[in-house]
Every structure is written in structure tokens, then in C-alpha cells.
Design a protein around this ligand. Structure first.
Ligand code: SAH
Ligand code: SF4
Length: 374
């Protein structure tokens, strides 16, 4: 049974029914076989869930009435509610979504993303959230500004894709876990969701078109290396030495650059896969030539690709992106060291696309002084 996730609102304990989109196929089969249902019923049900994408059990018309009743009594099919959509000139769209406990999360649809993570460049990418808020408190990021509320369940992660495909009419074929929250701090729900997203009976999106981004949780990077999933991994580095990185990413005090690189070496050795280092360029903070040289050394050692991302300003935070010539000088140093590096022209800059910003703005409009956690 799924427990209530809201720690403040619910004074009465209500037995929650599990969302059916949390289950793996074998778990569904087991539940059905315990009821002496034939195993093909599980295939019928996943077809309704992930291909026809019904919202009510009553729509599963090829199931016996008694089975539909049991499903209705045992599970729910709760959806996400779209409460705000912002589109930008280059057609990046940002969706503010409400979960059934009232929490707000964000997902961003980026129509034709550049080939940043090795995939073809004509893919429709969705950037999805894994937590409500974030506990890691990176100094430049809107997601952590109001603290951490809770982990998303697997169905809430999967439903972001289903909801946005329905709302936009687009077929999404590339997923990046770069929305709100730290994916590896919600490890079990993340892996459960990725299996559903990847499975032929689920959303059927290839693992190579799924990228998880982490702020650098070294033990979880090693744990991820043990999962049988061919997903891609991006590391949010943003500083190539401890002094610079610790200044903007408190997580560096727990897992410093050396510890993080050791976990990255472990990952690449196990997975035989190139990592991507994400590096936001913030004026006067991490954009000096010396940082570029240190970054080149780390990337060369790991054979990692580097994505340079000009910082997206966040209302209320003092940081800004460096001028174009500084961005290009930084890139040229990496290239001189033969690092595979790209400089991203940030899509959606005009719709506050950096993670957590739309939610933050909405929460503050509603209750300027309230704590946004619940
Ligand atoms: N917590 C994970 C994934 C979510 S953040 C992580 O940190 O990797 C996804 C990416 O967005 C990270 O690389 C993060 O550093 C970056 N980001 C956060 N705020 C940003 C901003 N204002 N401008 C540009 N990138 C930002
Ligand atoms: Fe959290 Fe990632 Fe934002 Fe850091 S950058 S606060 S880890 S969401």
C-alpha cells in the first residue's frame, strides 16, 4: 500500500491505494495470478495503461466486470493536473503540474534538442522532475530555494511523460532527468520509473535515450553502475576544483571532486560508457581559464564529454552568465585540450526554464511568506 506522502495536511490516516502505474509487469502478473486470472490479463491491462492510456478502470472494456471492480478497489489511476503552461518563442514549453497531494512540480518539453547526450538531434526531449523541491541547495538553482518536500513515486515520474504527451500532442522520444530534484537521492523510485519508461510493455523509450543527471552522489553513482540499464549519466560538475565547487554546491563538502571522480571512474569501468560533465558557466565564479584547464584534465582522464551551459538567471539570486566571448574562450581551452565539448544555447531562457523557477514563482505569487513545502 502506498502511504500518504504529505506530512502536514493529512491528520487522518487514509489507506491509500497504490497507483497502478507504479507496478512492473511481473508484479502485476503475480497479483493477477493470486486471483487466478490468466496471465494475458496483465498484457491487456498494460496495453490500456501505456498504449491507450485510459484514465478510468471502467474504460478497460475487454476485462471482466469483476476484474475491473477489483482493480478499482485495489488501485488508483491518479493523473497529474496541468495548472500552467508557458511556451517560448522557440517552442520550448514548460508545464507546471499538480500532484494529488497539492504539491507542484515542473516538466519541460524541448522539441528538437541538439545532440547533447549522443542521441540524434531531431528528438523531442522532456526534462522531468524526481522530487518536490531539492535538499541539495546548490547556490545557483531555483529548485532548492524552498527546500525539500518529498520524493516522487514511480507513477508520478512516469505520468509526467504521459501527461505532457497528451497535453502537447507530441510523441516524446528522449528523456532527461534534469527537472526538479536529485534523481539519485530517490534511487528506488527512479529505477522503477525508468524500467516502466524503457519496457516494451511500458512507454518503450530506449535506455540510450534516457539521461540521468546527478549533482554527484558518489555512492549512488556506484550503485547505479550495478543496474542492468543502458541509460546515460550526466554529472553536474560546475567547478573543477574543490574551492570553486564547494562555493556553489554544498554536496561537494560531502563528496569532493576526488571522491566524485573515483565514483565516475568506477562507473565508466563497469558500464563501458562515456559520461557527460555538465558545466554551467557563471560569471566571475567558475569561468576562469584555470578552471577550464582543470576541467579539461578531469574530462580527458575520464574521456568524458563536456556540456557548457550559460547560466540562466534566477530571480532573487545574484549570479549571471558570462559574456559570449568569455564563454567561447572557456570552450576554446577545452577544445585545445581535445575535449569533446559543446556550448549550449540555452533553450527556454525566456520562459524561466532553469529547473524549479516556474514552481517557485507560482508558490511565491500564492503565498509570499509561506513555507512552500506543503
Ligand atoms: N539534481 C540533478 C538534476 C536536476 S538539475 C543535478 O543537479 O544534476 C539539472 C541541471 O540543471 C543541473 O546540471 C543543474 O546544475 C542545472 N541548473 C540548475 N539551475 C540552473 C540555472 N539557473 N541555469 C542553468 N542550469 C541550471
Ligand atoms: Fe538540486 Fe540539482 Fe538544483 Fe542542485 S542543481 S539544487 S542538486 S536540482
Amino acid at each position: 500500500m502506498a502511504g500518504c506522502q504529505c506530512h502536514v495536511r493529512c491528520y487522518v490516516s487514509v489507506p491509500a491505494r497504490t497507483n497502478l502505474r507504479c507496478l512492473q509487469l511481473d508484479e502485476l502478473k503475480k497479483q493477477l495470478s493470486d486471483r487466478n486470472e490468466p496471465s494475458y490479463r496483465a498484457d491487456q491491462i498494460t496495453d490500456w495503461l501505456y498504449r491507450k492510456r485510459v484514465q478510468f478502470f471502467s474504460e478497460m472494456t475487454d476485462l471482466p466486470h469483476s476484474l475491473r471492480e477489483w482493480l478499482n478497489d485495489s488501485f488508483n489511476l491518479d493523473q497529474l493536473e496541468v495548472i500552467r503552461v508557458l511556451g517560448s518563442r522557440d517552442t520550448t514549453r514548460k508545464f507546471l503540474l499538480r500532484l494529488n497531494d497539492g504539491s507542484l512540480i515542473e516538466s519541460v518539453l524541448i522539441p528538437a534538442s541538439p545532440a547533447l547526450y549522443g542521441q540524434r538531434s531531431d528528438r523531442r526531449t522532456i526534462c522531468i522532475s524526481t522530487q518536490v523541491g531539492c535538499a541539495y541547495g546548490c547556490k545557483f538553482c531555483a529548485s532548492g530555494l524552498e527546500g525539500f518536500s518529498r520524493n516522487l513515486r514511480a507513477d508520478e515520474i512516469v505520468n509526467q511523460i504521459i501527461t505532457i504527451e497528451r497535453e502537447s500532442g507530441e510523441k516524446i522520444d528522449n528523456i532527461v532527468f534534469m527537472g526538479m530534484g536529485e534523481p539519485l537521492a530517490n534511487f528506488d523510485n527512479l529505477i522503477r520509473a525508468i524500467r516502466i519508461i524503457n519496457a516494451p510493455w511500458g512507454l518503450g523509450i530506449g535506455a540510450r535515450h534516457i539521461t540521468v543527471s546527478t549533482s554527484g552522489l558518489a555512492p549512488q553513482i556506484k550503485k547505479l553502475a550495478g543496474e542492468q540499464l543502458q541509460i546515460r549519466l550526466a554529472i553536474s560538475l560546475h567547478g573543477a576544483s574543490d574551492d570553486v565547487r564547494s562555493q556553489i554546491m554544498p554536496v561537494n563538502r560531502r563528496y569532493n571532486v576526488a571522491v566524485l571522480m573515483e565514483a565516475c571512474r568506477y562507473y565508466t569501468a563497469r558500464r563501458k560508457q562515456r559520461l557527460t560533465f555538465e558545466y554551467i558557466l557563471i560569471a566571475g565564479v567558475n569561468d576562469a581559464d584555470q578552471q577550464a584547464r582543470l576541467l579539461a584534465r578531469l574530462a580527458t582522464e575520464l574521456q568524458a564529454k563536456v556540456n557548457l551551459i550559460p547560466y540562466n538567471t534566477v530571480q532573487g539570486l545574484p549570479w549571471s552568465r558570462p559574456p559570449i566571448d568569455r564563454q567561447e574562450k572557456f570552450l576554446s581551452i577545452l577544445r585545445k585540450h581535445e575535449v569533446a565539448a559543446t556550448l549550449r544555447r540555452e533553450k527556454g531562457h525566456d520562459i524561466e526554464a532553469a529547473c524549479g523557477q516556474l514552481r517557485l514563482q507560482t508558490i511565491r505569487e500564492k503565498a509570499p511568506t509561506a513555507n512552500a513545502k506543503c
